[in-house]
Design a protein around this ligand. Structure first.
Ligand code: NAD
Ligand code: GLY
Length: 382
């Protein structure tokens, strides 16, 4: 799908993730623009790499599709900036976010004699970002890394905020670390090659920000989802910038999810259980979250925290954008068992994020008995 022409090439917006109040100031910039990953990148973008600390060698971790499409581009970009790249390509898909592939990365880092002064670059979607970030957090007890996301999901969510990790067969992201990148470079042009299903998948995360934190963004999505999903570059740039600004603000206030940041888990309690029951195949993260957001909204209405109209708006936007809303037909007990392994379970209660009005939320600790019964009821009328 061709992305509409955008006159202004270069950096469109710089967003600071300000972590200066934490003991270890790991603040960094997110640069959003068009055509910034370019073999002729100018001083501004090269300066951003240098000020992030990248000077000599970069170990670029990517996936097969991105390597095929943009391997030469990233190599030319880095060489032009005076950086020697080593490109390491993994298979596409969620299965790569595993101990097995992490181990292969370590082997290759050691084989390539990557040192503490070198950088890892995560060049791909959320899978590559999470995996490469965790390799960076742990190799040599931590080396610097930069995120260059290539999917909408990674642009708006996973590349920002330093959550890194791998999956276990028992559950999503059960092993990981908070480890911030030194910079995030978002080039909207890279979305040109992204399939529609992947674009819609990322759109789910943008709906999430709007639904719980930003009613204006939600309204924008209701009015402009067709434009965004037809790859209109200005509207893509707008939702990426807005999402990154929101996320930067959340992470600034709660870097390691002591409280407020877990609002970004809206839809994740059921969503992660769905991904686990699918064994991370055949369903995408954003799709599972979309079903989870509808479920969380219905729980909220059932408990009297939001009006039916709020549920309707969320469900309609999700449906209109082509995301699923129907809870997949697994045994409710299996859902509950998967949810029990959620990182937000404490004293046999799960901390859920419930929408109030569009743009606001509350946390509620819920017991599994209630959730199981409600799930069963919904699945009967699904
Ligand atoms: P992904 O990384 O698997 O990418 C999806 C597919 O798109 C892959 O097949 C990939 O090869 C292809 N692709 C990537 N860029 C492309 C491009 N420019 N053109 C064409 N094809 C391209 O999936 P994703 O949806 O980006 O990320 C999902 C992962 O992100 C999940 O593991 C999820 O848990 C994680 N995640 C992490 C955070 C976080 O805060 N760390 C937040 C949200 C999601
Ligand atoms: N994607 C949720 C978070 O980063 O906290």
């Amino acid at each position: 799908m061709a992305i509409s022409k955008h006159e202004n090439k270069g950096i469109n917006m710089k967003i600071r993730v300000d972590l200066s109040s934490s003991a270890k100031d790991s603040s960094y910039d997110i640069l959003v623009g068009s055509g910034i990953i370019n073999a002729k990148a100018g001083d501004e973008i090269i300066g951003a790499l240098k000020s992030a600390g990248l000077k000599d060698r970069a170990f670029v971790i990517t996936c097969a599709t991105v390597s095929g499409l943009y391997g030469q581009l990233i190599t030319g970009f880095l060489k032009n900036a005076g950086i020697k790249p080593v490109i390491f390509t993994l298979p596409d898909g969620e299965a790569a976010k595993s101990l097995e592939y992490l181990s292969r990365i370590y082997d290759e880092l050691i084989e390539s004699r990557i040192e503490r002064s070198d950088f890892i670059i995560a060049f791909g979607g959320g899978v590559i970002g999470d995996l490469a970030g965790f390799a960076a957090a742990t190799y040599l007890r931590g080396i610097n890394f930069i995120q260059i996301p290539t999917t909408l999901l990674a642009d708006v969510d996973s590349s920002v905020g330093g959550k890194t990790g791998i999956n276990r067969p028992e559950g999503k992201n059960l092993v990981g670390a908070f480890y911030q990148p030194r910079a995030v470079l978002i080039d909207v042009d890279l979305l040109e090659s992204l399939g529609v299903r992947e674009l819609v998948n990322g759109f789910a995360e943008v709906i999430k920000y709007g639904a719980i934190l930003d009613s204006e963004l939600f309204l924008y999505l209701e009015n402009n989802y067709k434009k965004v999903l037809s790859y209109d570059k200005d509207s893509l740039m707008h939702i990426i910038e807005r999402s990154c600004s929101i996320k930067a603000d959340v992470v600034k206030n709660d870097e390691e999810e002591a409280g407020f940041r877990s609002a970004l888990n809206f839809g994740h309690s059921l969503g992660h259980a769905i991904e686990t029951l699918y064994n991370y195949e055949d369903i995408k993260h954003g799709e599972a979250m979309a079903i989870g957001m509808v479920f969380a909204s219905m729980v909220s209405e059932d408990l009297g925290f939001c009006a039916g109209e709020t549920v309707n708006r969320i469900k309609t936007l999700i449906k209109n954008s082509g995301l699923p809303v129907k809870i997949p037909n697994f045994d409710p007990l299996k859902y509950i068992n998967a949810m029990k392994l959620d990182k937000k379970v404490n004293n046999r209660l799960i901390k859920c994020v419930l929408v109030k009005d569009i743009g606001s939320f509350i946390f509620k600790e819920l017991d599994f008995e209630y959730l199981g019964e409600f799930l069963k009821k919904l699945m009967l009328t699904n």
